[in-house]
Design a protein around this ligand. Structure first.
Ligand code: NAD
Length: 364
């Protein structure tokens, strides 16, 4: 039995989390696995109920669960609150509290969505990149930091332990993918990058079956749009990863399709990349695919249910191939569907996919 803490949050968060839960429940039935869900408040809804965007009780629930699944937080209503009470403050707090140091952002293009990218189809076809970003160190947290009338400053710092643990994750993920890691740095200019590179080379000695390449961040940004197929796992620090993951995300199309995972040594949190989209909340038009695909990541990375994750992804791709589109990805000639209809289509397709694989009940 796996216990999942659900944090639907604000705006479209509850709508897309609801969609993901429906899919997870069906996976549970087909794969003979029990999932227990506990829904808690986080973000603006928590502020309204408790005066804080994340309570210690909710963190306690997260600590006692096998995985945390988040929708999105934030909205117009809470924009003028002091910084520490804003819904978004809960995001930093939960990542820190759960020690989520590795952020995984897959950039994989569904075949039927090739024409939605700003890149040419032949450049994009076959792209399957995993951007692995260090999430709790680097310049976003380094001290000293500040500014006065004459200067502004931040500190880009990495300890050996921080680089070792994220590098290990990169090599381990690459091992079960295409066995290539591109470590991104700016070692031609920054000492912190020279250190990063030295440590990555040391860690690589334990993974001789994985190919390691080093790339300067400016070149990596160019290569991601020039020839994204060349990459398998891209290992980056916090700042560089923030930028590169958004580049990689956008080459694949819409915000409503992008899943993510944030993983630590003990806990893991899964969430769609998009925000709470207050402009479309409550209208049953949000795209649930990012959330459903994040659920597939949870099945794979937290529950080792790789086959189930693969079949969920296959169901999503088949539904897109059949022409079903929510409003954000709709073009003339497509079949326009609501959040609920898209979810139900994926659910039905998942059953078909299970039948096609001649498997009705799986075991772990
Ligand atoms: P957003 O991602 O919420 O929305 C950007 C645009 O994309 C909007 O037009 C929205 O309608 C559209 N969109 C997003 N997800 C969609 C989906 N699943 N289906 C269809 N359309 C979708 O970003 P924003 O507007 O900059 O931020 C809105 C709020 O969300 C803010 O309060 C922001 O701070 C918060 N936010 C939260 C998270 C998070 O919880 N992890 C991440 C980003 C932004």
């Amino acid at each position: 039995m796996f216990k999942i803490t659900l944090l639907p949050g604000d705006g479209i968060g509850p709508e897309v989390v609801n969609a993901a839960v429906k899919v997870i429940k069906l996976v549970g039935e087909r794969f003979n696995t029990d999932f227990e869900f506990k829904t808690c408040l986080m973000g603006g809804c928590s502020y309204d109920a408790h005066g804080t965007p994340l309570t210690d009780e909710v963190l306690g629930e997260c600590y006692s669960s096998d995985a945390v699944f988040l929708g999105a937080v934030g909205g117009y209503k809470w924009e003028d609150l002091p910084h520490q009470l804003k819904p978004e403050a809960a995001l930093l707090k939960i990542r820190k509290a759960l020690g989520l140091y590795a952020n995984l952002r897959p950039a994989k293009v569904y075949e039927p969505m090739l024409s939605y990218s700003s890149l040419k189809e032949e450049i994009l076809k076959g792209t399957d990149v995993l951007i692995l970003r260090e999430l709790t160190g680097g310049i976003y947290f380094g001290q000293p930091r500040g500014y006065d009338d004459g200067k502004g400053f931040n500190t880009m710092i990495y300890t050996k332990d921080e680089v070792v643990r994220i590098a290990r994750k990169a090599f381990e993920y690459a091992r079960v993918r295409n066995k290539k890691v591109a470590s991104v740095d700016k070692a031609n200019v920054l000492e912190v990058s020279q250190f990063w590179r030295k440590v990555v080379i040391e860690v690589h000695k334990d993974y001789p079956d994985v190919q390691l390449q080093h790339m300067y961040v400016d070149n990596a940004a160019m290569q991601l749009v020039r020839d994204p197929k060349q990459f398998d796992v891209v290992l980056t620090s916090n700042l560089f990863g923030d930028i590169l993951s958004d580049i990689a995300a956008m080459i694949t199309g819409s915000l409503g399709m992008l899943p993510s995972a944030s993983i630590g040594s003990k806990y893991a949190l899964y969430e769609p990349v998009h925000g709470s989209a207050p402009d479309i909340a409550g209208k049953n038009i949000a795209n649930p695919i990012a959330a459903i695909s994040s659920a597939a990541m949870m099945l794979k990375y937290s529950f080792q249910m790789d086959k189930a994750a693969e079949l969920v992804e296959e169901a999503i791709e088949n539904v897109l191939t059949k022409g079903y589109r929510t409003k954000d990805i709709y073009k003339e000639g497509d079949k326009l569907v609501s959040t609920d209809e898209m979810t139900n289509n994926i659910i039905e397709e998942f059953d078909t996919v299970c039948a096609n694989h001649s498997l009705n009940v799986f075991t772990l």
